[in-house]
Design a protein around this ligand. Sequence first.
Ligand code: CA
Length: 312
Amino acid sequence: MRPLVIAHRGASGYLPEHTLAAKGLAHEMGADYLEQDVVASRDDELIVLHDIYLDRVSDVAERFPDRARGDGRYYVRDFDLVELASLSIWERMNADGSPVYPERYPARSGDFRLNTLREELAFIRRLNEETGRQAGIYPEIKRPAWHRQQGVDIAPRLLEILADFGYQHAQDPVFLQCFDDVEVRRLRQELDCPFKLVQLIGNNSWGEADTDYDALRSAQGIRRLAETADAIGPHLSHLYEVRESDGELVPTGLAEQAHEAGLAVHPYTFRADELPPGFSSFAELVRYFAIEIGVDAMFTDFPDQILQLRLP
Ligand code: CA
């Protein structure tokens, strides 16, 4: 069976990430799941945006120049929904304002807005109804410990909103993902989350959560994870290495270990314009992960380019 295709922030290779346009395009392309990163506004609305910051994907600095924190960053949590909804959402920029992906949607242009989780779920429901093709949802709780420090607990609110949209059962097309392993266990054990849970795996150096990813990726860590989670979401680089002596690609064994423990493997991120070491084309990359590593799903900015390939 071909791996599931998860539209990473929508069809973000073509349109600014997390806009409804990017989600609509991904649905049209036939992605199996559409991803929502979830953060909270000052008035506790759940917003679909990749970062707790606004400055790399919007005109916030021009519109609200005096609203940065001491670190110079503009936080979603410091703005009400009305303010957030007035921002222009742009293709992702680096700190110096240059585009992260120069070949993508033109920098600082387009008439895009951010959306709440409710707006996005309503949009997806309508697309599913109108096309008769059911795309699932794949929400990520962003920085749960940080959000609690800021006075808002995302997980229970998220579960409530999902229930409002009819997502309530284990068999519903939902994967819930988080980098924080405490939150993943809490979702299962305390919040009675019925959905499939994905433990995202980063590198400790990223500071994404207090989670020890080295421990998580150990044989013992994977077995323990299998008690609460249904899948791991590792970085591509966690699953293979380029052997120095001859340039051959060698699996690290993490995917195999996860499968043996009963965990599915959903790595990120398959980008046609950012190939990882050892690959000379996107098709080669996708085929290697589908066939040699045997992944179960793929986070991608380019859903159409995976779906066009003939995969076993
Ligand atoms: Ca994400």
